[in-house]
Design a protein around this ligand. Structure first.
Ligand code: NOJ
Length: 611
């Protein structure tokens, strides 16, 4: 299986804009006629399920909010966010309208990859609190009607996990086979390249050309066993050997530990990378080197191998045995919708309930607003996944924030609102990232000595790491933006905190925060937006993305968004005599009465009920 786009994005943790390298295939089929001004309306009905059933699982209509625990709220003044900090902000989260939170890893960890290197799966890192704090967070969240999902890192552990310590102690240790080992090959073997020779130990070089997504060879030498182990990410993150059934048993056990404590599901980290080619074949070089100076490879033997689907089917069964619609959310950077469909289990839908669709929110190295691309992706997500539930996302802790990726520098605030309109007005489950709702921006370190994320240190200056999108949540205009009483939070607060913060925006009627709240509330309360079918409108417009949501017996809702910096006039051809605006960030549209000759300001979004 060759997953061109996957490989580029996946290895792309080490690129400046860690956006998925867009597969041009999608563009080829668009062929949109350029039309500005008056737009002839053509409609295309998608195959969405029109009927909202009260039996729908909660996650089908949910807004899920990612919390990076280090950066959300510090409760004990050590400059690092913690679980009690999250608990103290539940009223805020409730007010925002979210249904569930996903907390990035809070397990014991040496914090090389800030928690994605786990040394104990069944405890809480003392930096973040205790197991009792977690139990309290789960219980208090429940009172706020908010579910708690955890991050589950199955591909690798920390090298400080006891399993790996045992595994690396001797070849005969029972844990040895829990990881991926190889003797390597003699450094003087035919075909060994000068690049591979850089990783020579005791006359041996790694068995193949695989590179770590975080830089350097993916193989690390352990003198005690005279072997290399494989690590897709940092060398402190050895990959588990999922071909050994004991690994599955142990990891499913860890998942049960948390499911038994009442969590609502998991976000599965780097889930397509569980398996590697058993023959350890070299990957194809695609030309050039990445920001870490390693050859670009196509990832075909280390990513998205078909074996992973058997594990996922068994995992789904395990999770489904619990009451309350527990959910599996996948970190699934994939090259196209056909690959995404496989992660649902295709027609059988017996794998993940919500693999992330990164094709809508992460377009490529230079994300830009392109109405046709968005239309294409949204249509595909709604028609090519066997009627399963799409999950859209624009922001996370690994990528430059969408406000910066999509922003043009002049209309960033409007663009952030436009993206929110897309996120909350399609049928897709919405996944958002802390701070997105107030328009927090990426603050990339300007000096190498300030960088905390290791890839930003090894990749400097081409790759400055992910600190910029992980800065402390901006609660107030006070010291440390209300994040911590410590004057030295683990990352500096972004300079714009005096104006971009929850306290200020709570009082501004047209703030980002107000817009996010309005849309989330509308999505919950308006029947058509909640669960209506979708019909794309103006399907040939390169400038405006427009669609109608309809549900039987209720007013239809139209959504129109101007993807350009020029005003655009539209005429929407849908049945109905008039409209009532439900939400807009364009003051001139607040009292719109017709669907004809409506002019949208640059990057404006308009949501209106048809009467
Ligand atoms: C994906 C996570 O989102 C990222 O932060 C982490 O570094 C890698 N997986 C490795 O676990």
């Amino acid at each position: 299986m060759v997953c061109e786009g996957v490989s580029m994005r996946h290895k792309g943790y080490g690129t400046r804009v860690r956006g998925f390298a867009f597969t041009a295939v999608l563009l080829g089929v668009l062929g949109m006629a350029a039309m500005r001004g008056g737009v002839a309306a053509t409609a295309q009905t998608t195959g969405m399920d029109a009927s909202a059933k009260s039996s729908d699982p909660w996650w089908k209509h949910a807004v899920v909010y990612e919390i990076y625990p280090r950066s959300f709220q510090d409760s004990n003044g050590d400059g690092i966010g913690d679980l009690n900090g999250i608990t103290s902000r539940l009223d805020y989260l409730k007010g925002l309208g979210i249904d569930a939170m996903w907390i990035s890893p809070m397990y014991p960890s040496p914090q090389v990859d800030f928690g994605y290197d786990i040394s104990n799966y069944e405890a809480v890192d003392p930096q973040y609190g205790t197991l009792a704090d977690m139990d309290r967070l789960i219980a208090e969240s429940k009172k706020h009607n908010i579910r708690v999902c955890l991050d589950m890192v199955l591909n690798h552990t920390s090298d400080k996990h006891q399993w790996f310590i045992d595994a690396a102690s001797s070849r005969s240790n029972p844990k040895h086979d829990w990881y991926v080992w190889n003797d390597g090959k003699p450094a003087n073997a035919p075909g060994v390249t000068p690049y591979q020779k850089r990783f020579e130990h005791d006359g041996m070089v790694p068995p193949n050309n695989w590179v770590s997504g975080f830089g350097g060879s993916a193989w690390e030498w352990v003198p005690a066993v005279h072997q290399f182990y494989y690590h897709e990410f940092y060398k402190q993150q050895p990959d588990l050997n999922w071909r050994n059934p004991a690994v599955e048993q142990a990891m499913f056990g860890a998942m049960r530990f948390w499911l038994d404590r009442g969590i609502a599901g998991f976000r599965l980290d780097a889930i397509p990378t569980l398996f590697e080619d058993p023959q350890l074949r070299d990957e194809r070089e695609t030309g050039g080197v990445n920001a870490q100076g390693d050859p670009n490879l196509d990832d075909s033997y280390t990513n998205n191998l078909p074996e992973v689907h058997d594990v996922i089917r068994r995992m789904r069964k395990m999770v489904e045995a619990y009451p309350g619609d527990r959910v599996l959310i996948g970190e699934t950077y994939l090259p196209n919708t056909a690959e995404l469909d496989k992660w649902y289990g295709g027609a059988a839908q017996d794998e993940l309930q919500l693999p992330m669709d990164m094709l809508v929110g992460f377009h490529g190295d230079h994300d830009h607003l392109d109405a046709a691309k968005f239309r294409q992706h949204i249509e595909e997500a709604e028609t090519q996944i066997h009627g399963a539930q799409p999950l859209f996302v624009f922001d996370n802790h690994d990528n430059v924030r969408a406000i910066n990726r999509y922003g043009d520098g002049a209309h960033d605030a409007e663009i952030n609102k436009l993206l929110a309109a897309v996120l909350f007005t399609t049928k897709a489950t919405a996944l958002m990232y802390y701070g997105e709702e107030i328009g927090m921006t990426t603050t990339t370190p300007t000096r190498k000595e300030d960088v905390k994320d290791p890839i930003g240190i090894t990749g400097w200056p081409k790759e400055k790491g992910r600190d910029g999108e992980r800065t402390p949540m901006q609660w107030t205009a006070g010291p440390q933006a209300g994040f911590s009483t410590n004057q030295h939070p683990w990352l500096p607060v972004a300079p714009n905190y005096k104006t971009v913060n929850v306290a200020v925006e709570s009082k501004e009627p047209d703030s980002q925060l107000d817009w996010f709240k309005q849309l989330i509330e509308l999505r919950r309360s308006n029947p058509a937006l909640h669960s209506g079918s979708m019909t794309m409108l103006d399907t040939s417009s390169p400038s405006v993305l427009a669609y109608e949501r309809t549900v039987e017996g209720q007013p239809a809702v139209v959504v129109a968004m101007n993807f350009t910096a020029q005003p655009q006039t539209i005429s929407l051809d849908v049945p109905g005599t008039g409209v009532k605006t439900l939400a807009t960030d364009d003051p001139t549209l607040k009292s719109a009465t017709s669907l004809k000759n409506v002019t949208l300001a640059p990057f404006a979004a308009w949501v209106a009920a048809v009467q």
